[in-house]
Design a protein around this ligand. Structure first.
Ligand SMILES: Cc1cc2nc3c(=O)[nH]c(=O)nc-3n(C[C@H](O)[C@H](O)[C@H](O)COP(=O)(O)OP(=O)(O)OC[C@H]3O[C@@H](n4cnc5c(N)ncnc54)[C@H](O)[C@@H]3O)c2cc1C
Ligand code: FES
Length: 284
């Protein structure tokens, strides 16, 4: 039976700062009341304010950065839960549950280069992925900068959050916007194809993607047609985050490695899945 990770804890944290980011998001920095060990990128926390401003059900957020005794989240304001978090001020108390989920695989060097595709706030799980790959993780040697590419896409430049910070990491970062307001005009897959055509990237790459469902569907199709290894981090709606409420089912691919069971729970078996394990079209 899939179960919550053994290192997950429910604890209180205090808001350190809330800084506007892009057109509609904030960078939310928290100081947990307990000391957290280093957290793998693309794991997540369930967050809610302890006062009545937050809905009773907490909301899931990928860890964006971890610095000493603080953890940071990139929160795009969507509805009541994210608005309440964005309206927090230094000292606001949050109920914090995590770290939850599995996280990205280790981005080891030596094989095909890694290409990370982030759509809008789907960029959140990539910042630490790049930091951790450059530092070396799980005993793997540090990955060369030239083996890491981040393609950041959005409808327009206001949704390319914190892009300067990604550029400062020193890897290849390219942006794509549908309206052409920043970088390449088009989506991240069109950008990837254009980089492959100009030989900036080879045909054989390993893909990681996080973003809107339709983007992830297109990425999974792209990978399938070209037989590329591809991992997706899903941002489904969630209730509990720990496998109890059945609020986050993802249909499995019947011919894939998880096909013996009809659904997986995104919170405890994900949020990262290989693209061949799941069926995305059924999500909407
Ligand atoms: C593992 C995981 C990691 C996530 N990481 C981040 C992150 O780092 N930063 C971030 O900003 N968000 C992240 N999300 C999404 C975030 O949890 C939702 O945006 C949030 O729950 C919305 O809550 P709300 O109360 O503000 O909006 P609601 O009132 O719940 O919803 C407002 C509107 O947004 C829609 N909506 C809500 N959630 C989603 C979603 N996941 N996808 C598409 N539409 C949605 C609703 O259908 C509704 O129309 C993550 C989700 C998951 C599962
Ligand atoms: S969110 Fe409750 S089971 Fe996954």
């Amino acid at each position: 039976m899939p179960a919550p990770p053994p290192d997950a804890r429910s604890f209180r944290s205090e808001v350190v700062s809330v800084v506007p980011c892009g057109a509609d998001a904030v960078l939310l920095t928290l100081r947990p009341e307990l000391r957290l060990p280093p957290i793998r990128s693309s794991r997540f926390f369930m967050l809610r304010r302890e006062d009545a401003l937050s809905p009773a059900i907490p909301r899931p957020f990928s860890i964006y950065r971890q610095n000493g005794d603080t953890i940071e989240f990139l929160v795009k304001v969507m509805g009541r839960g994210t608005s309440a978090l964005a309206q927090s001020t230094p000292g606001t108390k949050l109920r914090t549950l995590g770290p939850l989920g599995n996280g990205w695989p280790t981005l080891s060097g030596g094989g095909a280069p890694w290409v990370m595709l982030g759509g809008g706030v789907g960029s959140a799980p990539f910042f630490m992925a790049i930091e951790q790959a450059l530092a070396g993780m799980d005993g793997a040697p540090p990955t060369q900068r030239s083996d890491l590419t981040f393609l950041f896409g959005a409808a327009h430049k206001g949704f390319l959050y914190d892009v300067d910070a990604f550029e400062r990491l020193g890897i290849r970062v390219r942006t794509a916007t549908i309206d052409g307001s920043h970088g390449f005009q088009g989506n991240v897959l069109q950008l990837l194809e254009s980089l492959q055509r100009s030989n900036e990237l080879p045909e054989r790459v390993r893909l990681l993607a996080c973003g809107p469902e339709r983007m992830l569907e297109a990425v999974a199709r792209f990978a399938d047609e070209r037989h590329l290894d591809c991992w997706l981090s899903l941002e489904t709606l969630m209730g509990c985050g720990v496998g109890i409420c059945n609020g986050c089912p993802i249909p499995t691919n019947p011919s894939g490695p998880r096909g013996s069971w009809g659904n997986v729970k995104c919170c405890v078996e994900g949020p990262v899945f290989k693209s061949t394990e799941i069926l995305l079209g059924a999500l909407h």
